[in-house]
Design a protein around this ligand. Structure first.
Ligand code: SAM
Length: 237
């Protein structure tokens, strides 16, 4: 998969893309991530990419021209057979990001992410260029850079081969509409607090049952709306 990000603050991405799993995923060529400076695409002779809103009001609005031109050029950069491109605007008015949406997006060969800033972007980008709008929650940030990074991180770890152990995806929160069970590591007793004995038993079947029960209990306590009816009947008190 290739992910292209269009932003007026490309440097914001450097620390995130050059650490840990995102760095390794790129090194292993599981994902290609390119960050593009919107200013490189403007036709304005002073290099401007924003302007005052028509009708008045506070703040600046990102202009349509550099965004349309950037997307056209970036789309052409991926030259593979059976290309599937999705153009996504990060925006507080979009669909709220979920694990399910992230999984769906892994099916594309190219994602182009557009980061708004200031008061937002010219509406013609939204209505004539973008395929999907994604929000990372019901709050307003200064720009689409952090939301883009959240989306890139969330999608990249779902790409096969990115995480070392494929089981780490199977058992984590939101799989099967459940939250993950509690996790413990050494020491077995910390400040007088022991880990649940079952985890030291070596009985894998019992451990698995305990984890499933914990997972269900947690979900009922914290996020009951995630549960389907079929899960509800099976919890042990
Ligand atoms: C200050 S916001 C603009 C908000 C816009 N005036 C509104 O009321 O909907 C600037 C940019 O930050 C990004 N942004 C802010 N909050 C976001 C969120 N919760 N999810 C995704 N993107 C967000 C978007 O790209 C947006 O264009």
């Amino acid at each position: 998969m290739r992910i292209d990000i269009i932003t007026i603050f490309p440097k914001m991405f450097e620390p995130i893309l050059n650490e840990s799993i995102l760095k390794r995923a790129q090194a292993k060529k599981k994902v290609i991530i390119k960050v593009h400076n919107l200013r490189d695409y403007t036709k304005d002779k002073h290099g401007k990419v924003d302007d005052y809103p028509f009708g008045g009001g506070p703040g600046m609005v990102l202009c349509a021209q550099p965004i349309f031109d950037a997307v056209r050029k970036i789309k052409r950069a991926l030259n593979v057979k059976h290309k599937t491109t999705k153009i996504i605007l990060l925006c507080p008015q979009g669909k709220t990001l979920t694990q399910r949406i992230a999984k769906r997006l892994t099916a594309y060969t190219q994602l182009i992410l557009i980061c708004g800033h200031y008061e937002g972007i010219d509406e013609r980008v939204r209505s004539h260029l973008v395929n999907e709008e994604i929000s990372i929650g019901d709050y307003v940030l200064t720009g689409g850079e952090l939301p883009s990074m959240v989306l890139v991180d969330c999608i990249t770890r779902l790409i096969p081969g990115v995480l070392g152990d494929k089981n780490s995806l199977n058992f984590e929160s939101f799989e099967g509409n459940l939250l993950e069970h509690p996790q413990y590591t050494r020491p077995a007793k910390f400040r007088g607090k022991p880990v649940p004995e079952i985890l030291l038993s070596g009985n894998h079947q019992k451990i698995e049952t305990w984890r499933k029960d914990q997972s269900l209990k947690r979900t009922i306590q914290r996020r009951p709306e995630l549960l389907t009816r079929s899960n509800r009947g099976t919890i042990k008190e």
